[in-house]
Design a protein around this ligand. Structure first.
Ligand code: ZN
Length: 222
C-alpha cells in the first residue's frame, strides 16, 4: 500500500512540476553584446558568463572576427548564440544595396568559417537598414535582432550598480538587454553582470538567448 501511495505522490509531484513549467511563471530575459571581439575583454566576459551560467547572444563585427579569430572561436565554443553585425560596422542604409548585401554575406561566411553553423540573426550597425535589404533578408528567412533595454542611453555607465538597477527596474518577460563591453565601459559592464543576475533571478527571470526569446514569441503569436 505504501508503495502505491509513494508512486502516486511521485506522479502527482511530476505533474505539478510540469504544470508549473507550462504556466510560464518563469520569465525570460536575454543579454546581447554588440561589437568586438577584442582580446582581454572577450576572455573576461566569457569567464563571467560561465561563472553565472548564462548563455548570451554576441554580435561581433566581421573585420574584428578576422583580426581576432581565437576570441571569435572562444565565443562560439562556449556555446553562445552569435549574430551578424556587418563586416565594417558601416551604416547599411547609406550603402548601395549590393554593397550592403556584401557586408552581411561576408560576415555570414566569416561566422561559418569560424565554426558557427546556425543561421545568424542580423543586427544592422546603428539599427539602420533599408527597406529593400530588410525585405530581402526576410525573404531568405533571416531574422532581425530587436532589443528593448539599452542602459548606456539612460544611465551613468561608470557605475555597475546603476547599470544593474536600470535593467532590474525595467525588465519585463522577453526583454533583451543590449550592452557593448567590447567597445566601452568593459570593466563596469562585466562587474554589473553578477548584480543583474542576482536581481533578475530574484524577480523570477531565467537567462536565455535572443533566439529562444524569438522562438517563445512565435509560439505566443500563434
Ligand atoms: Zn555596433
Amino acid at each position: 500500500m505504501r508503495i502505491i501511495i509513494t508512486a502516486i505522490s511521485i506522479i502527482y509531484l511530476s505533474f505539478s512540476l510540469a504544470t508549473l513549467a507550462n504556466t510560464g511563471k518563469e520569465k525570460q530575459i536575454a543579454l546581447a553584446f554588440g561589437e568586438g571581439p577584442v582580446p582581454g575583454v572577450t576572455e573576461s566576459l566569457l569567464q563571467q558568463l560561465d561563472a553565472l551560467q548564462i548563455k548570451a547572444t554576441f554580435f561581433p563585427v566581421g573585420m574584428q572576427m578576422e583580426q581576432f579569430p581565437e576570441q571569435t572561436r572562444a565565443i562560439i565554443n562556449a556555446g553562445h548564440q552569435l549574430g551578424n553585425h556587418g563586416y565594417s560596422h558601416i551604416n547599411l542604409a547609406e550603402l548601395p544595396l549590393s554593397s550592403a548585401k556584401e557586408e552581411i554575406k561576408k560576415t555570414c561566411k566569416l561566422l561559418q568559417s569560424h565554426g558557427y553553423q546556425e543561421r545568424p540573426m542580423i543586427m544592422p550597425p546603428f539599427g539602420n537598414i533599408s527597406v529593400e535589404l530588410s525585405d530581402l533578408l526576410e525573404e531568405q528567412e533571416f531574422q532581425l535582432a530587436e532589443w528593448d533595454l539599452e542602459p548606456r542611453l539612460h544611465v551613468d555607465m561608470s557605475e555597475p550598480e546603476s547599470i544593474a538597477d536600470y535593467v532590474a527596474e525595467n525588465a519585463t518577460d522577453g526583454s533583451v538587454v543590449m550592452l557593448h563591453p567590447m567597445y566601452e565601459h568593459s570593466e563596469q559592464i562585466i562587474e554589473a553582470l553578477p548584480l543583474i543576475s542576482t536581481q533578475l533571478h530574484q524577480q523570477g527571470f531565467r537567462f536565455v538567448t535572443l533566439a529562444q526569446i524569438a522562438e517563445s514569441e512565435k509560439i505566443e503569436n500563434l
